[in-house]
Each structure stands twice: as structure tokens, then as C-alpha cells.
Ligand binder design. Structure first.
Ligand SMILES: N[C@@H](CCC(=O)N[C@@H](CS)C(=O)NCC(=O)O)C(=O)O
Length: 235
């Protein structure tokens, strides 16, 4: 058997990079973590730009043990697809059935392509409301933020969450095929954020809430959480 490459995760504290640890831990792959801390403005430190010009996390570095050749992969969905394609030969998190695999792959694009944008807008609007400007600017800024949320991101987020609530119900408690896949691990992060940051209420989405409870009780989740904690992440 060909030896697996060295896998290195460039991991930013308190970020969507956590789900990559979880993916790798669930597949029981050995990997190294290179940790980065957020700055005072909650941004990534400039060192990440030395690994990839966009300086965002996660980044996955794959190093061939024989030739030493390195490859840096960016973009969560692409990284997930790569890991599943190259390292999940026994179909633990990516189905061998092509229709189900299509469904899983869809979610790998959907997460960042459709679900994350309204969440990001809600996040920015919450920062506007929270920016500590003096009255009456704070009041007016808050009104404008509410208006944008009402006109776009709030409704769009509801649209997305209603969709996911229906899909998980239809697929017997998971996003695809009634069992855990790479899709559930990828989509976990935006949905956890939606509830934690109070952009949506868990009570309004009982199926999603139950799904989050189920998937985060996997042993692999605890393993990754422990690694993040050991690196100083608060969980
Ligand atoms: N679509 C990209 C987004 C990457 C991204 O924005 N990562 C955040 C972490 S949650 C980041 O690095 N933020 C730090 C910054 O923007 O300074 C992906 O899914 O990998």
C-alpha cells in the first residue's frame, strides 16, 4: 500500500477550520495542526498569508513523504471533497453510491455558496448594531441594519433553514441517506453559528436542533474538541 502523505491543517482558533479537524478525526487519519490565533479585531494573523495569499483558514497542506512535494488546498468544500476522494476509500463519510455521493457533494458547495452568505450579512449587521457609536447615530445605524435584515438576510436565512429542516427530516435525521457523511460535518458549523449568535432560534427548528445534538455526540467530535481545547480554544 502506498503511504499516506503528511497532512497538515492550518487551523485558526474559533473558526470553521474546526470541522476539518472533525472530518480528519472521524476518518481516523493522522495529521498535524499548525495553530493561528485571531487578532483583536477577530481577524486571522498575517502569517496565514505566507501559506496561501488569501490568508483564510482552513488550509490543508499535503506533503508527499517520498518526494517532499507540497500542495496547499484552500476552500472548505474543496478541501472536504479532496479528503473524501483521496482518503476515504472505505466510504465512511462519502457514499459509494453515486446518487448519494452527488447529494453529499452538493452540500459541500452549498455550505459556503448559499448558506453562509446570509449568515455573514447577519453577522456584519449585528456588528453594526454593536459598534458602540454614540446616540443618535447608534439608533439610526440599528434601524438601517434591521431594515437590511428584514429586506434580505433575515428572510433568506429563514428560507435556507426551512429547506434544511425539511431535508434532514426527509433523509431520516441526516443530510443524506440517513447516516453521517461529510455533508453533515461541513454544514454543522454554519448551523451552530446561526443558533449561537441568535440569528435563529433552535426551538423553531427542532429537526436541525436534534440533528446537531446527534452528530455532535459522535466520539470523533469529542476528539477534535479536545485537540482544539489543548490549543487554547474555548469551547
Ligand atoms: N469560503 C472559505 C472561507 C474561509 C474563511 O473566511 N475563513 C475564516 C475563518 S471562519 C477566516 O479565516 N477568517 C479570518 C479573516 O478573514 O481574517 C472556506 O470555507 O474555506
Amino acid at each position: 500500500m502506498m503511504s499516506l502523505p503528511i497532512i497538515r491543517v492550518h487551523w485558526l482558533d474559533q473558526s470553521r477550520a474546526f470541522r476539518l479537524l472533525w472530518l480528519l478525526d472521524h476518518l481516523k487519519l493522522e495529521y498535524e495542526i499548525v495553530p493561528y490565533k485571531r487578532d483583536a479585531n477577530f481577524r486571522a494573523p498575517p502569517e496565514l498569508k505566507k501559506i496561501h495569499p488569501l490568508g483564510r483558514s482552513p488550509l490543508l497542506e499535503v506533503e508527499d513523504r517520498e518526494t517532499g512535494k507540497k500542495k496547499v488546498l484552500a476552500e472548505s468544500g474543496f478541501i472536504f471533497q479532496y479528503v473524501l476522494q483521496h482518503f476515504d476509500h472505505s466510504h465512511v463519510l462519502m457514499s459509494g453510491d453515486s446518487d448519494i455521493a452527488d447529494q453529499v457533494n452538493y452540500y459541500l458547495f452549498y455550505g459556503e455558496g448559499s448558506l453562509q452568505p446570509p449568515l455573514m450579512i447577519e453577522f456584519v449587521l449585528s456588528k453594526v448594531k454593536d459598534s458602540g457609536m454614540p446616540f443618535p447615530i447608534s439608533y439610526l445605524a440599528g434601524k438601517v441594519a434591521d431594515k437590511i435584515s428584514q429586506a434580505y438576510s433575515g428572510g433568506e436565512l429563514k428560507n435556507q433553514l426551512d429547506f434544511l429542516e425539511g431535508e434532514i427530516k426527509k433523509n431520516n435525521g441526516y443530510l443524506a441517506d440517513g447516516k453521517l457523511s461529510g455533508a453533515d460535518i461541513l454544514i454543522s458549523f454554519p448551523l451552530q453559528m446561526a443558533f449561537e449568535r441568535k440569528f435563529a432560534k433552535a426551538e423553531d427548528y427542532p429537526v436541525i436542533a436534534k440533528w446537531l445534538e446527534t452528530i455532535t455526540s459522535e466520539d470523533s467530535y469529542a476528539v477534535s474538541k479536545e485537540k482544539a481545547r489543548a490549543l487554547g480554544s474555548k469551547f
